[in-house]
Design a protein around this ligand. Structure first.
Ligand code: UN1
Length: 507
């Protein structure tokens, strides 16, 4: 395949990239530090507006070719990408853990999500189905087809630095779209690694450069994507504040956006719960990824009759947590992403105390040997009230708020009584309660689980939520439709021109 771009400047600090080439046009850089030990890992170039424009042009040119590749063939290329990720699972998982700070198990789990979505997308590539309808007119055929959209912008967050990109990109690729990825400026290296990993596949298959592109940078780069009419769809994962800005900018130019934003996820623990399965789900949901998942369990709504027992069992479970270097085996909780996140944790703690909250498990910032980066905090559990502003907002830290309820209606009202609507769960063995939680008057979230926690969703389901979570759906089920444009076709194979709705139009 002929190169679409002129010869790039080779750089030891890669930044902007279209498929097979990395280059930069200024010396502005982004430094990546590990929250694990506070050490500087590497420096990458930040994309300039000129770099960005070159990327978009390359992506547009690639789209003209890529859309003509039959979808199952595009699926085969994604299959090969999945094979590459299998090969690099260990290395990439370690890098994710080191750059982002999640446990090695979770770093590897994230790469597993990439592999799984590749498999899913391969199957999907043969199932981009439209419906056929019966026309009301004789000798007419009516059907719909799905066509690729064009350039898809992907803005991803630090907490799932690679998996969320893959949910979007792999589906977009089989749908015939090309992608421009703007990873979090807190985790640029994992993104560059992914781009490198799929390079050989692109090259070996003579896939036009520009099918997979990367721009590095902060808010500016996200704004370029959001405001650019050449970008058909912007898929953004991150805070509600960021999502609102992106959503408004994209809507202003009548583009499409797919938003997956903050959560304020609750678990209802009924008196009919099996606490032996509830406790591990609650603790993993609240402290996994140091409370930095959008699906993290932030609120626990407990029936008043079992509150004393739950307090004791939670305190016992939290006492067993190992906090430390996430790359070591047996560690449950790694660091927060950076010191700013620690400050936000501290602010929330101050607010809880000021509001009159008490702690079942005490908070604190850790220091001393092993905690030199200053990013390690103690997961804590506070008794709080749902209406407190601190409880109403998402603090990306391992803080669990406990509140009690008397009736199931009250529990569901508390669960729904926040601006966000991502994930929710109930622990109960009572069929009526479970069904009430799932029914039309039940949970208002995009994800509602029974006897499973709020985090750890599988890629096979559509992932996303309602209200301030943004309404978008990524990953499984029919989420692929967001990456295509739908066209309704009516075809007349008769010799007359009947009009719809029985209208006659005599000439
Ligand atoms: C996110 O936190 O942005 O359900 C995504 C989970 C993961 C995905 C979380 N599979 O926790």
């Amino acid at each position: 395949m002929e190169n679409i771009l002129p010869v790039p400047q080779q750089s030891s600090k890669p930044g902007t990239s279209t498929g097979q080439q990395f280059w930069h046009s200024s010396d502005k850089t982004i430094d990546s530090y590990s929250p694990v030990d506070g050490k500087f890992i590497a420096r990458v170039y930040a994309s300039t507006r000129a770099d960005y424009d070159r990327v978009v042009e390359t992506a547009q040119a690639a789209f003209l070719q890529w859309r003509l590749v039959p979808a199952p063939k595009r699926g085969d290329i994604v299959r090969q990408m999945g094979d590459q990720f299998r090969l690099y699972k260990n290395d990439l998982g370690r890098l994710v853990s080191y750059e982002m700070g999640k446990s090695l198990q979770e770093g590897l789990g994230e790469v597993q999500e990439i592999i799984d979505i590749c498999d899913f997308a391969v199957g999907q590539s043969r199932q981009l189905y439209g419906l056929t309808m019966h026309s009301e007119r004789p000798a007419h055929r009516m059907y719909e087809q799905y066509h690729p959209l064009g350039v898809v912008g992907i803005i991803s967050a630090f907490n799932f630095p690679v998996a969320v990109w893959s949910w979007n990109a792999m589906l977009a690729f089989v749908c015939g779209d090309v992608c421009i990825w703007k990873p979090s400026e807190k985790t640029p290296l994992t993104a560059l690694a992914c781009q490198q990993i799929i390079q050989d596949v692109l090259r070996n298959n003579d896939v036009p450069e520009g099918v997979s592109c990367l721009v590095t940078g902060g808010r500016d780069a996200g704004e370029w994507l959001a405001r650019d009419p050449r970008v058909a769809l912007v898929s953004a994962t991150g805070s509600t504040r960021m999502g609102k800005a992106v959503g408004v900018a994209v809507a202003e130019r009548m583009g499409r956006s797919l938003l997956e934003l903050g959560g304020n996820n609750a678990i209802i623990v009924s008196p009919h719960a099996d606490l032996d399965i509830a406790i591990p789900a609650i603790v993993f949901g609240a402290v996994g990824t140091a409370g930095q998942r959008c699906t993290t369990t932030r609120r626990l709504i407990v029936h008043e009759s079992i509150l004393p027992e739950l307090r004791t069992r939670l305190a016992r479970a939290y006492a067993q947590l190992h906090i430390g270097d996430p790359l070591e085996m047996g560690i449950h909780v790694g660091p927060l992403i950076d010191k700013e996140a620690v400050t936000n944790y501290q602010k929330a703690i101050t607010e809880i105390r000021a509001a009159g909250g008490t702690f079942i498990v005490e908070p604190g910032v850790l220091d001393g040997t092993g905690y030199e980066s200053g990013c390690y905090v103690k997961p804590c559990v506070a008794e709080a009230r749902n209406e407190w502003p601190v409880v109403q907002r998402e603090t990306f830290a391992p803080i669990l708020y406990v509140m009690s309820y008397r009736t199931i209606d009250e529990a569901i009202a508390l669960q729904n009584g926040v601006p966000q609507g991502l994930s929710s769960a109930i622990f109960t063995l009572n069929l009526r309660e479970a069904e009430q939680f799932l029914c039309v008057a039940g949970s208002d979230c995009g994800i509602a689980n029974v006897n499973i926690g709020t985090s750890g969703a599988e890629i096979g389901g559509a992932f996303g939520g309602e209200k301030e979570t943004g309404g978008g759906r990524e990953s499984g089920s029919d989420a692929w439709k967001a990456y295509m444009r739908r066209q309704t076709n009516t075809l007349n194979y008769g010799t007359t021109m009947p009009l719809a709705q029985g209208i006659t139009f005599e000439l």
